[in-house]
Structure formats: C-alpha cells, structure tokens
Unconditional design. Structure first.
Length: 122
C-alpha cells in the first residue's frame, strides 16, 4: 500500500505549500483527472508519473514513498511493514534533505551509531 503513503504525502505537501492539484498538474505534466484519482486512491501511478510529481514538489521520490505521518496501526492495517522495526531505546530513524556538508556529517554519525550498535549485539 505504498501508493497510499505516496498520495498522503503528496496531499500533505500540497497543503503545506498552498498548492492546488491544478498547480501540481501544471508543474508535473500529470493530468488533473489522474491527480484526482491518485489522491482518492483510485489510480495506480507508474514510476514515471511518481517521479514527475516528486520533481514538481522538489522532493526525492523515496521520501514520498517511505516517510509518513500515518500511525503504525493504520500502516499495519494497510499491510505496510515498518522499514526499520525494533530500534534500540533512545534511537530513532529519520529521513531528511540536507546540504552536502551536513549530509556528510549525518552519514558519519549514522556509521558510528551502526558500529556502536553492532558491538553491543556481539
């Protein structure tokens, strides 16, 4: 049910940016009727359409597919499994768009944390 996550994120971004489906249609080249069907769960977009929408929203496609504010219970009811279940206490999985220098630092932190967690498990 990643389509549900996708169109929920699209609707959230439209609202956050004060954009309409018409605006998104113009920016992405995807017809308004298809966008309406998509945002009501009636359409099944191709990868090409999802990428056009992601580019129009200036958001990486993977973020639109895996990041959601939907409750774990609702996701489970839709058959979506958590990507990173069982985090140790005090740890959280996050996704963010960062400038290169900040991304470099965050990647180093992530590598350090993974190594630290592996030594704890051993």
């Amino acid at each position: 049910m990643y389509i549900y996550i996708f169109f929920t994120n699209v609707l959230r971004l439209l609202e956050e940016r004060n954009l309409t489906k018409h605006d998104l249609s113009e920016l992405s080249g995807v017809s308004i009727s298809f966008l309406s069907d998509l945002t009501t769960g009636k359409a099944n977009p191709s990868l090409k359409v999802m990428e056009a929408i992601a580019q129009a929203l200036e958001t990486p496609l993977p973020l639109l597919l895996e990041s959601t504010d939907l409750s774990p219970e609702l996701l489970a009811s839709l058959g979506v499994k958590a990507r990173h279940p069982g985090h140790p206490p005090g740890h959280e999985w996050v996704a963010a768009m960062l400038p290169e220098h900040q991304a470099f630092i965050v990647k180093k932190w992530a590598a350090h944390t993974r190594a630290k967690l592996k030594t704890r498990q051993a």
